[in-house]
Design a protein around this ligand. Structure first.
Ligand SMILES: [Zn+2]
Length: 234
């Protein structure tokens, strides 16, 4: 079933917090959208702990961050955004979270799944390692196997085989994307998250350009983002 229904140009991005995918892979997402690929973003947490301002109410921040994410989606031209609205700083490697990710994989049937590398040693955000780990487990074997979450079958949601996973913020990068032509869109998407990174400015552009150029230098291109690519053999 999965091979026939696999859409060659479909991509699912799974991000722990609303702005993580933009800061780490915004140029690549912009390029995919510009190339006409169907990109769907899944935001795992509501991001309501993303502030150091004690006067900000968590519920207000969560609402703000959904609007910001929809603005980023507009800047890219994403096909869809799914908010799982799980507790910020509350993700666990458990059945509840895994089922939600398996469900999204089976619904959207991506050829490629982009998520965060779970393997950062020592100092890391727990939601980041949980998201990367559970997303990888959801791809293989859970989304593939009809015996995993059989209730999906009753809803008409079929198993699916993802062909490859890319990890952003990779500990061991093995692939890069030239994002030179997509800097504008990347900056607009990133700075849609005003509550996290502020308004776009000459200074923020300069900072971003410098960071992307450092990666670009490794690969002999002007601006680049890098990933760990994992091809899945079934
Ligand atoms: Zn995050």
């Amino acid at each position: 079933m999965s091979e026939e229904t696999n859409k060659p140009d479909s991509i699912l991005v799974i991000t722990p917090h609303p702005d993580d995918s933009e800061s780490a892979s915004g140029g690549t997402i912009a390029k995919w959208c510009a190339d006409g690929k169907k990109v769907v973003l899944v935001v795992c947490t509501n991001g309501d702990k993303g502030t150091s301002d004690r006067s900000v109410k968590p519920a207000d921040l969560a609402a703000t961050r959904e609007v910001e994410t929809l603005n980023a989606a507009k800047a890219y031209g994403l096909a869809d955004v799914v908010f799982l609205r799980m507790k910020d700083q509350g993700l666990e490697d458990n059945d509840e979270f895994r089922e939600k990710l398996v469900r999204q994989i089976r619904i959207h049937k991506p050829r490629l799944l982009l998520t965060i590398d779970p393997n950062r040693p020592y100092i890391r955000h727990r939601d980041h390692s949980m998201t990367g780990r559970v997303a990888l487990d959801a791809v293989f074997p859970y989304a593939r196997d009809h015996v995993a979450y059989p209730e999906h079958l009753e809803e008409g949601i079929e198993p699916h085989k993802v062909e490859e996973v890319w990890l952003f913020r990779p500990e061991q990068p093995n692939i890069h994307v030239d994002v030179t032509e997509h800097f504008e869109t990347r900056q607009n998407a990133l700075h849609s998250h005003v509550s996290q990174v502020g308004e776009r400015s000459d200074e923020s552009d300069e900072r971003s350009r410098k960071r992307l150029a450092e990666t670009g230098k490794k690969y002999d291109v002007e601006l680049a983002e890098q990933f760990m690519q994992i091809k899945i053999g079934y």
